[in-house]
Design a protein around this ligand. Structure first.
Ligand code: KG4
Ligand code: ZN
Length: 330
């Protein structure tokens, strides 16, 4: 397999990675602090930050990998789904880099790549596996028959799991993204509050009712004690986290039962959550599953997963041409 330069720019992380023979040589990600004060990603700011970051990020990735621009043999990029202005920067960079050097281009589906992050390290799943992909934009249960043959058997009908963390955090006045903050505060609290766990049936998820449930519960508490949120922040976070995780793990168990799959994996930004990682390991021991959780840097948006996916596509001879355009939805 060739030396692949991979680019990821679908949301608010600019990332570049170098891979050789499917092995990750470097994986460099520049985040964007600019969104913190807005409580969410501002698309216009995101694309401008990608424009500033893309050239230095690729330069650092090449340097860390010990690879020169001339040694790159194929260029992979996230085509979608994502924010169109953000995707545009990565797609344009990849196309220009490939055009200037007459290199093959490989387009990658960001969601497929989150699942294939498991192939960036060892041990890798062998044969079909079930993957729960939980990010800021998506919540999916995926049956992976073969790396490039993935079937979505369950999904959220409204907010994504990461969004549930982030929007709950916003209610509490926590900075964006609130997921990692809730994770940290929850580790010092107890899940003493009960929130609604909406269930749309089958293998689908719903999180939009959770925000309302949190809001009403807290409004009632604050009426009795104006300092309730400030004085009980850790317990509130533990309760929010516990609710989201119990919804996720219940559907994951149901999916494993229905499919009969015993290799079970987590992917996406929310799989960085320490309680979810522990929860899956415990559930796996109880059910006799083999579980797979990527290293932290491969959970959140990163270009290594784009490069790994591109490696599978290269082997199948699936290339894009210079007319390829970003796609907000794939
Ligand atoms: O996959 P990702 O980096 O970007 C998307 O494609 O969306 O996921 C970002 C999401 C955010 O919602 C963030 O709050 C959440 O992942 N996240 C976490 C943790 N780390 C990141 N959620 C809970 N606990 C964490 N430790
Ligand atoms: Zn993502």
């Amino acid at each position: 397999m060739p030396i692949i330069l991979a680019i990821e720019s679908s949301c608010d992380d600019t990332s570049a990675a170098l891979l050789k023979d499917g092995r990750v040589l470097s994986n460099v990600t520049a985040g964007q602090a600019v969104h913190e004060e807005y409580g969410g990603v501002v698309p216009e700011h995101a694309s401008r930050a990608h424009q500033r970051n893309i050239v230095p990020t690729v330069a650092v990735a090449l340097k860390r990998a010990g690879v020169t621009e001339q040694e790159v043999e194929a260029v992979a990029f996230t085509r979608g789904p994502g924010l169109i202005g953000s995707l545009m920067v990565g797609v344009s960079f990849a196309k220009a880099f490939a055009l200037a050097r007459n290199l093959p281009l490989i387009e990658v589906d960001h969601m497929q790549a989150h699942v294939l992050a498991h192939f960036a390290e060892n041990p890798k799943p062998e044969g079909p596996f079930l993957c729960l992909t939980v990010s800021g934009g998506h919540t999916q249960l995926v049956v992976v028959k073969d790396p490039l043959d993935q079937e979505i058997i369950g999904r959220t009908i409204d907010d994504a799991a990461g969004e549930a963390f982030d929007k709950s955090g916003k209610l509490l006045g926590l900075p964006y993204p609130a997921g990692p903050v809730i994770d940290r505060l929850a580790s010092q609290g107890q899940p003493v509050l009960e929130f609604a766990k909406p269930d749309p049936g089958d293998l689908n998820f719903s999180f939009s009712g959770l925000k309302t449930s949190i809001l009403y519960t807290l409004q009632k508490k604050v009426k009795e004690d104006p300092d309730y949120v400030k004085d009980n922040l850790n317990d509130i976070c533990a309760s929010i986290q516990d609710t989201i995780l119990s919804i996720l793990l219940r559907k994951l168990s149901l999916a494993a039962e229905q499919t009969g799959l015993r290799q079970v994996a987590l992917a996406g930004g929310v799989s960085a959550n320490s309680a979810l990682r522990r929860g899956l390991e415990e559930l796996g021991r109880e059910k006799g599953w083999t579980t797979f959780i990527p290293r932290f840097e491969y959970c959140t948006d990163n270009a290594a997963m784009i490069g790994v996916t591109a490696g599978f596509k290269f082997e199948r001879g699936e290339f894009a041409d210079q007319s390829v355009a970003p796609a907000a939805r794939l």
